[in-house]
Structures are given as C-alpha cells and as structure tokens.
Write a protein that binds this ligand. Sequence first.
Ligand SMILES: [Zn+2]
Length: 61
Amino acid sequence: MKIYSCETHINRALDEFVAKEETFPNMEPVKNDIKLSTTCEYCEQVPMYVVTNVQSDTTSS
Ligand SMILES: [Zn+2]
C-alpha cells in the first residue's frame, strides 16, 4: 500500500493507512520526478509525502 498526500491531507493518509494495514506507517518526502506525475490521494495538489509500509524499500512494490 502506498498513499501519496499533500501537506493538508497527510493526517488523513496516516489514519487511513493505519486503519487498513494495522501497522505503523512510514512517511517519506516525495521525489521531484514523482511530484510531476502524481497527485495527492484526496485532492489535486502536488503530493508532499508518501505513506508506505516501513519495509517497502527492501521489497518490490
Ligand atoms: Zn490533498
């Protein structure tokens, strides 16, 4: 699971992640190239954070 979120909706993204995954979320800043092609999950803003599983960096998505 991966949720892109702007600054406005980051709390909602974290809440939703915890509700669905029942595990502690990892919050990372979004890379610039991803900002160009992706929007916030909840609005049309440029995403500032991506919420993922903590282990997501070592597993294929
Ligand atoms: Zn948003």
